[in-house]
Design a protein around this ligand. Structure first.
Ligand code: HEC
Ligand code: HEC
Length: 593
């Protein structure tokens, strides 16, 4: 018996779990093509899809963390108070901005990055889901958001989902962002201008510096950019990400050694009638694509599916998440409230301080039983048996570029503590926009100053010697908006010229605020050090009009700016004058950049 029992269980496991993943369903309206997949991957990893170049889809969805977000931002939950049971570990997105892209304090987050109200779920295994998001509000019927026409009647949940984040003023946009603005931005952006260490497919795709209209032309036949095409490309990329090489998949395909004996024991527990896991987390998807209330939190905090359907039985129901790659996640559940698989098991058993909330709880949950000695094997099976090694290592097709926000040190870099003002801490600098050459609407903001005070933004080319920057220029004045001593805020924005001479130069900025009680009468923010950069499709010397080539239009631009200071770009030599030397410089740089 001692030998026979595990063998019998092994047979049970292989019979019950023995289905490989089926073929990926593809809506006929959006067939998979390589050009579309690559465009979708570019869009997913381009921080320029957000209104201020700070957030890509991939900022919140990291493959090596199971496609979820490891950052665990704190959302205080519906009670608005941090540190209470209804808190959510969500994804930090945008600092709130108004329709004119000026920073505007959010009721909950002030001028700090807003945090989503639920944890980011993985973007993997989404190709099989009839609807997406924790509450399923992205339906299989995809409507073109620009004209409300049904484009995909069934099977278009990925397309429906993809059109939400770019307009969300929490995730990627400013308030009232519309598709015309998103599209206009892509028309003039250099694809992946902020991304480094491109994987081979993306490297090949941006060779020769194509524009977005050119990439859309390869994917769709002509260069028009529309919301529908953006959604089609993003969906196609995600549809091709299939984590089907887990040890479990190899085991099912006939390699008994792919799962260790302990993991096989864990699988048996998982499939068994006492633990009940597979009733909802059904192989091979490890979800049955239903919505269930497991009693994680009182449903009033987040009604989940009920918010979408209005059906009373849906109170507190959330999508059953896939468990593929769950072992790579840093937090679990829609609230992100559990941080280890051990805590998840404790929750299902209602032990070790984990509480269940019975109102509208699924009747399958309270009877769950897992003997103590079986728990480590169950955890081993989920953590390791369901992890695709390509996802963990971020290898093709799960590879990706490095984002600007991952650069170390960050750029802009904040220096120094600043100079405190009237009784409070030093005002803070909001410096998030990457100083990419050619950026339209680069922004620096200040928060935490005295409302109503007069402020200046000091600019210099050398670092501060003490607390205060010695300004070469003072921009302003600004009157700090807000209502109170620590509530004053302001936004400065300007375009960074698309000019070769700017590349690799460094500038320092500091908010200086008139404050009679501060030393010397000036309170000041930390200093932002900006290193202007350009990684690809860069303008070159002589390219006065920024069209990536030097020719007649640049000569004309120099002549038009002759003897004036109105167009600093025409001062090709950078000697402070627009004259014959600049014409010579243009002619000697003739040709493409
Ligand atoms: C600021 C962080 C953030 C950004 C940026 C972001 N997401 Fe998400 N994503 C989330 C959160 C949070 C959820 C879950 C929200 C919910 O269910 O209410 C989510 C859910 C999803 C889902 C649903 C997965 C499922 O199983 O239901 C997909 C797919 C997805 N995101 C893809 C994208 C794409 C594509 C983009 C870019 C266009 C993007 N995300 C941008 C945070 C983000
Ligand atoms: C009644 C259906 C049901 C049963 C049975 C069930 N689960 Fe779940 N599981 C869910 C739902 C729904 C969620 C998400 C709940 C939420 O966020 O509110 C979830 C979440 C999880 C998560 C977190 C995944 C993530 O990405 O956040 C893990 C891990 C998990 N379950 C494992 C198990 C295990 C192990 C068992 C068996 C002991 C089990 N579940 C039994 C429905 C079920």
């Amino acid at each position: 018996m001692r030998v026979a029992l595990p063998v019998a269980l092994l047979v049970l496991a292989r019979v019950a779990a023995g289905q490989p993943l089926p073929a990926v369903p593809v809506p006929p309206q959006n067939p998979i093509t390589e050009a579309k997949r690559v465009l979708g991957k570019i869009l997913f990893w381009d921080e320029q899809l957000s209104s201020d170049n700070t957030v890509a889809c991939g900022t919140c969805h990291r493959p090596s963390f199971g496609g979820a977000d490891p950052r665990l931002g704190q959302n205080p939950g519906p009670d608005g108070a941090p540190g209470t049971g209804d808190d959510v570990a969500g994804s930090p997105g945008m600092v709130r901005s108004d329709a004119a892209s000026q920073f505007r304090p959010d009721d909950t987050f002030g001028l700090l990055a807003q945090v989503t109200r639920r944890a980011a779920n993985p973007f993997f295994m989404t190709q099989f889901a009839p609807s997406l998001f924790w509450d399923g509000r992205a339906p299989g019927e995809f409507r073109d958001p620009q004209n409300n026409q049904v484009v995909i009647p069934v099977g278009g949940a990925l397309e429906s989902q993809a059109v939400a984040p770019p307009l969300s003023d929490v995730e990627m946009g400013h308030e009232e962002r519309d598709w015309d603005q998103v599209i206009a931005k892509l028309q003039s952006a250099r694809p992946l201008a902020l991304a480094r260490q491109l994987p081979p497919d993306l490297d090949a795709a941006v060779e020769g510096d194509p524009t977005y209209p050119e990439l859309f032309a390869s994917a769709f036949g002509d260069g028009q950019i529309t919301a529908r095409r953006i959604a089609f490309a993003l969906a196609t990329y995600q549809r091709t990400l299939l984590p089907d090489q887990t040890p479990f998949d190899l085991f099912v395909a006939g390699q008994p050694g792919a799962l260790t004996p302990a993991q096989q024991q864990g699988l048996n527990v998982f499939l068994g009638p006492a633990a009940r896991c597979s009733i909802c987390h059904t192989p091979p998807f490890f979800t049955n694509h239903t919505f269930r209330n497991i009693g994680l939190r009182p449903w009033q905090e987040d009604p989940g599916r009920f918010e979408v359907t209005g059906n009373f039985p849906d109170r507190g129901r959330f999508k059953v998440p896939t468990l593929r790659n769950a072992g790579l996640k840093e937090s679990f559940m829609h609230s992100g409230g559990l941080t280890t698989l051990g805590a998840v098991i404790d929750f299902y058993l209602g032990i070790n301080g984990q509480v269940q909330f019975p109102e509208n709880q699924d009747p399958l949950i309270p009877p769950i039983f897992i003997p103590p000695q079986a728990r480590p094997n169950l955890i081993d099976f989920i953590a390791n048996g369901l992890t695709d090694p390509r996802v963990a290592a971020e290898t093709f097709p799960f590879d990706r570029p490095a984002l600007h926000v991952e650069q170390s040190p960050p750029n802009p870099l904040l220096l120094g503590p600043g100079v405190p003002g009237a009784g409070g801490p030093a005002p803070e600098m909001i410096a998030m926009t990457p100083p990419l050459v050619g950026t339209k609407g680069f922004r620096l903001g200040v928060r935490g100053g005295p409302a109503g005070a007069t402020a200046w933004l000091a600019r210099a080319s050398s670092p501060p010697a003490g607390g205060l920057l010695e300004p070469q220029a003072l921009l302003g004045p600004f009157t700090l908006e807000g209502a109170g001593p620590g509530d004053g805020h302001a936004t400065w924005s300007a375009d960074i010229p698309n000019h070769a001479a700017v590349i690799d130069t460094v500038e320092f900025y500091q908010w200086q605020i008139e404050d009679p009680q501060a030393p010397g009468g000036l309170a000041a923010s930390p200093v932002a050090r900006l290193e202007y950069f350009c990684l690809r499709a860069c303008p070159c010397i002589g390219d006065v009009d920024g069209d990536l080539g030097v020719g007649i239009p640049d000569l004309v631009a120099v002549v038009l700016a002759w003897g004036q200071t109105t167009n600093p770009l025409a001062d090709v030599t950078g000697d402070g004058a627009v004259d014959v030397l600049d014409l010579v410089a243009v002619v000697s740089a003739w040709g493409p950049c």
